[in-house]
Design a protein around this ligand. Structure first.
Ligand SMILES: NC(=O)c1ccc[n+]([C@@H]2O[C@H](COP(=O)([O-])OP(=O)(O)OC[C@H]3O[C@@H](n4cnc5c(N)ncnc54)[C@H](OP(=O)(O)O)[C@@H]3O)[C@@H](O)[C@H]2O)c1
Length: 246
């Protein structure tokens, strides 16, 4: 960021814990003003307090991405306080039981997974887009997963006897949504990409039992897409800055 440029305003969904929280830390360390959101305002405030104590610029707000009213209210606050949004990280998601397969899934429960993982990101992007269009360097990052990839040999769509079906399908749909937004916004300068953070230890046991990578590494995979230059890629699917197969 050169000294004449405005401080970027970055919004992260589902940021009270896990990777989203660490993304907030890294974006604030990169001198962005971070809107740290959680569906529970108290949780957002508690998480933001920790980063504020580290000397970072973070604003806590409530945001439930399954609720239109919640998204609209936050957009109004951002319009009033900043007049624009530079970065949207659609991080919030729900996971499902490892044993869930396409043949056994409770389809009603699948609706719930899609409501957050695909429709939540979709509606949040739609509502925030007028603010992002006012940015000179708009970036939308959809936090996806190798679980939504045909080519990921470890957790992809064709592995593990079809486990975590609805989660994988929701992430494949999120990848498709990324491609559609990127194609539609190609002439605007707004870069839209999907990013997998890689297998990330959001709980200490994941590092030991699954060989998951530290949370800083997973978050940096996302921050890479936020900090792309204006001539960077759009409509891609990446992990640690490298293209992933769809
Ligand atoms: N961890 C991994 O190994 C891994 C690998 C690949 C991809 N990913 C992706 O990375 C992202 C973050 O994963 P994570 O492991 O950090 O997940 P996590 O620890 O389970 O955190 C998920 C976050 O999403 C929030 N959330 C859920 N529903 C929401 C809603 N309706 N509105 C707003 N926030 C909501 C949760 O809030 P509450 O605290 O209120 O529940 C929580 O803050 C997800 O998109 C995930 O699919 C993770």
């Amino acid at each position: 960021m050169n000294s004449k440029e405005q401080v970027p305003i970055a919004l992260v969904t589902g940021a009270n814990r896990g990777i989203g929280f660490e993304v907030c830390r890294q974006l604030a360390q990169a001198e962005m003003t971070v809107i740290l959101t959680a569906r529970d305002l108290t949780k957002a405030e508690t998480a933001a307090k920790q980063l504020l104590e580290e000397g970072l610029t973070v604003h806590p707000h409530a945001l439930d991405i399954t609720q239109d009213k919640s998204i609209q209210e936050l957009a109004s606050v951002l319009e009033r306080d900043f007049g624009r949004l530079d970065v949207l990280v659609n991080n919030a998601a729900v996971f499902v039981d490892w044993s869930e397969t396409a043949t056994t899934a409770d389809v009603q429960a699948v609706h719930g997974v899609f409501e957050t993982n695909i429709f939540g990101a979709w509606r949040t992007t739609q509502v925030m887009l007028p603010l992002i269009r006012k940015s000179q360097h708009g970036r939308i990052v959809n936090v996806s997963s190798g679980a939504g990839s045909h080519g990921d040999p470890q957790f992809g769509l064709t592995t593990n006897n079809g486990s975590v079906a609805s989660y994988g399908i929701s992430k494949a749909a999120l990848n498709a949504l990324t491609a559609k937004f990127a194609a539609e916004l190609a002439d605007t300068g707004i870069l839209v990409n999907a990013v997998c953070p890689g297998l990330t230890a959001t709980t200490p046991d994941m590092e030991e039992t699954m060989g998951a990578f530290p949370i800083e590494k997973g978050a940096s995979s996302i921050v890479w897409a936020v900090t792309l230059p204006d001539n960077g890629p759009t409509g891609g699917f990446f992990r640690y800055g490298n293209p992933l197969p769809w």
